[in-house]
Design a protein around this ligand. Structure first.
Ligand SMILES: Nc1ncnc2c1ncn2[C@@H]1O[C@H](COP(=O)(O)OP(=O)(O)OP(=O)(O)O)[C@@H](O)[C@H]1O
Ligand SMILES: [Mg+2]
Length: 242
């Protein structure tokens, strides 16, 4: 583990202070107990806000990218990142706060990945292939295979966005391998496949802030289970509601 705890004792004076997740971090903090943590919750529950703040406070570019390149595009820290406090292990201090060239961290942010690719494909320390010459999902694995490996802190925001069912299983294996290699992963997801990784911590964001959850009890798993068992009842409700 590199990162064991996150607190926001004094939230910034902006929109984020009203989010349940930030109010929770102000009073309770968030403890990371496993090498892989999934952040789940409805659209708008604050997963990306939380993961961007973690990136910022850990010195990883919050717009997606590597450790040691933070604020690369805006030149400005995020207010929530600036207000956040982290507890790092000795390994975390070495790999996130040590000499810039030895830092190990990457933020895989699905929504900005192809912009990042335009700027860094082919540069030393990144990947060689041109992402625009690959399919969406193939491009994801070009980056994941190259950038997410070994000890380091790996942040991901909806990495399943371009992935098929089978590619999600491939990503699940990659996560398992990285955890075994001493890496730590914090991943926002809507995927019941990813969240099923054995031994992972799952935290659910919602109206009441943050709570630890089990895969079996996740709303998202229940929704998929019910839908796949009987799509007709959902479809009737959705399509015949007018
Ligand atoms: N720059 C901003 N200014 C004002 N409000 C914002 C800003 N960024 C996010 N928000 C608000 O914060 C809330 C949480 O957004 P966030 O993107 O963290 O959600 P999320 O859990 O990642 O959702 P999704 O599953 O759709 O990705 C949203 O209601 C959003 O409107
Ligand atoms: Mg999001």
């Amino acid at each position: 583990m590199l990162l064991t705890r996150l607190d926001v004792p004094h939230p910034p004076d902006d929109w984020s202070a009203a989010l349940p997740v930030v109010r929770h971090l102000e009073t309770h903090g968030l403890v990371f107990t496993e090498q892989v943590t999934f952040l789940v919750g409805e659209n708008g529950s604050g997963k990306s806000t939380l993961i961007e703040a973690i990136a910022d406070v850990c010195g990883i570019n919050s717009e997606g990218g590597k450790a040691g390149t933070k604020y690369a595009s805006t030149g400005m820290p995020l207010p929530l990142g600036e207000a956040a406090e982290v507890e790092l292990t000795a390994l975390g201090i070495e790999l996130l706060r040590g000499p810039r060239r030895r830092r190990r961290g990457f933020f895989f942010r699905a929504e900005t990945l192809f912009n990042l690719g335009r700027n860094v494909s082919g540069l030393p320390g990144f990947w060689d292939d041109d992402l625009t010459a690959q399919s969406h999902g193939e491009g994801f694995f070009t980056v994941l295979d190259r950038m997410v490996s070994g000890p380091g802190l790996y942040l991901m925001d909806e990495p399943e966005a371009a992935l098929s069912f089978r590619s999600c299983l491939r990503l699940l294996y990659l996560m398992h391998r990285v955890a075994r290699e001493g890496g730590q992963i914090i991943c926002a997801t809507h995927s019941p496949i990813l969240a099923s990784l054995p031994g992972a911590q799952i935290v659910e964001l919602g109206e009441n802030g943050i709570q630890n959850a089990t895969w079996e009890d996740l709303q998202l798993v229940d929704d998929w289970r019910r839908f796949l068992a009987k799509p007709g009842s959902y479809l009737r409700y959705v399509l015949e509601s007018d």
